[in-house]
Design a protein around this ligand. Structure first.
Ligand code: ADP
Ligand code: MG
Length: 407
């Protein structure tokens, strides 16, 4: 077997060790996929709009092999869970899609990898109904913080999808695998999320962000030049956990759908900043503010890409700050911990800062000078202590490679 991935030796070791514990043998291979940070473009993905994420060094690793017994069963284990979960491949079509309001048939974490197996199997069966599928064992370990807005969910989907794509000889490309992951998350887990996370996790490249048009799924790599510019990105995990599949996220989506319907367009992608005065006349105040966030955020993503290309990363600070204000005031998805992180980072000299991810907790990012990492981290940690918040976890991220086979 080739040497272990240099950037995640402990996670890789943990996945391999868990596989050994599960099966008594070495895996056929190790596949990994990263979490992501969204530089800008929040809650625009499900509105057919624009996003600008990048993959982070934190990865989820899947140690995987086909099963010798070939009884068509799939078994998943994670260092995250006490017990493995085993089902027959033929059973997957009975388990998923999970009916709204139904008791989940498997523990939630297992619905991610099993949902990927289900969605991939369905996609392949659609073109070849006689196709057979060998049973499979999957052991998962991860160093992506869970529920922090860094998309541990897309990382587990990406690792599982990459492994199954290879071992089942499915031949799907990265974009198709991103769609498999999204289908698993939407229909097996029941979380109504967009395609951004999976695309970022599948398509990430070192020192680049991915400018994604969520309608056409066209992507452009946008070089960030962080190291050359002497800049770093700090992630401030507030440790306030969010739950996408419930509450606020669904409500915001519903407001966006209502706003688009009132404007007579398929989605808010089709509303421009110039249309906002008319929107304000047509809709109630809350719906209008939700719409205004999405419409202005789409424009900010386009502006950020332009500024990155014309002037470089140091020039995007104001756009990041405006994005945060829009999420705090118009979309109302920030929390005091996120506002404290952003305000403190800016006061300590950050070029820009904003909450990232779905909101209601999770993480903020700050674009800072490389030599300010310690000063900004210390200032944020001190501000959290003064406010009696749980101590945040603060770390830097470099834009990194997407899903791959590691060994
Ligand atoms: P985020 O993607 O922001 O981390 P989500 O709520 O979308 O948060 O996804 C987190 C969920 O994904 C976890 O609660 C768990 O069910 C699943 N998950 C993520 N990583 C793992 C892992 N390594 N093992 C098992 N389940 C995981
Ligand atoms: Mg997620």
């Amino acid at each position: 077997m080739t040497p272990l991935s240099a950037d995640a030796p402990t996670t890789t070791d943990a996945a391999r060790a868990l596989f050994l514990e599960l099966t008594g043998r070495e895996p056929d291979g190790l596949w990994s996929a990263p979490g992501r940070v969204n530089l800008i473009g929040e809650h625009t993905d499900y509105n057919d709009g624009f996003v600008l994420p990048f993959a982070i060094p934190h990865r989820t690793v899947a140690a995987v092999d086909l099963r010798d017994d070939d009884r068509g069963r799939v078994r998943v284990a994670s260092t995250f869970a006490a017990e493995p979960v085993e089902v027959a491949l033929d059973e997957l079509d009975d388990l998923f899609p999970t009916a709204t309001g139904a008791e989940p048939a498997v523990p939630e974490w297992a619905a991610y990898p099993l949902g990927v197996a289900w969605a991939l199997r369905q996609a392949l069966a659609a073109t070849d109904s006689d196709r057979g599928f060998r049973g499979i064992d999957i052991a998962i370990a991860s160093d992506v913080p869970v529920g922090a807005g860094l998309s541990s969910s897309a990382a587990i989907e990406g690792a599982a999808a990459s492994a199954l794509n290879d071992l089942w000889d499915a031949g799907l490309d990265r974009r198709a695998l991103a769609r498999i992951g999204r289908r698993a998350e939407n229909e097996a887990v029941g979380a109504p999320t967009g395609i951004m996370d999976q695309m970022a996790s599948m398509l990430g490249e070192p020192d680049a962000a991915i400018f994604l048009d969520c309608r056409s799924l066209e992507t452009q790599l946008v070089p960030l030049g962080m190291a050359d510019a002497g800049l770093a990105i700090l992630v401030i995990d507030t440790r306030v956990t969010h739950a996408h599949s419930t509450g606020g996220y669904r409500e915001r989506r519903a407001s966006c759908e209502l706003g688009a319907q009132i404007m007579g367009v398929p989605s808010l992608r089709d509303v421009s900043v110039d249309d906002l005065p008319r929107a304000q006349e047509l809709m109630d105040g809350v719906t209008f503010r939700r719409v205004r966030h999405v419409v202005t955020e789409n424009q900010r993503v386009i502006d950020t890409v332009r500024v990155l290309r014309d002037a470089g990363a140091r020039a995007i600070g104001d756009l990041l700050v405006a994005s945060h204000a829009s999420m705090r005031d118009d979309f109302e998805i920030s929390v005091p911990e996120l506002d404290t992180a952003v305000d403190t980072a800016l006061a300590a000299g950050a070029v820009g800062a904003r909450m990232t991810g779905g909101g209601f907790g999770g993480a903020a990012i700050a674009l800072i000078e490389q030599d300010a990492v310690a000063a900004v981290s210390d200032a944020v940690t001190a501000a959290f202590a003064a406010a009696d918040f749980t101590e945040p976890i603060v770390f830097t991220v470099t834009p990194s490679a997407g899903a791959r086979r590691d060994a």
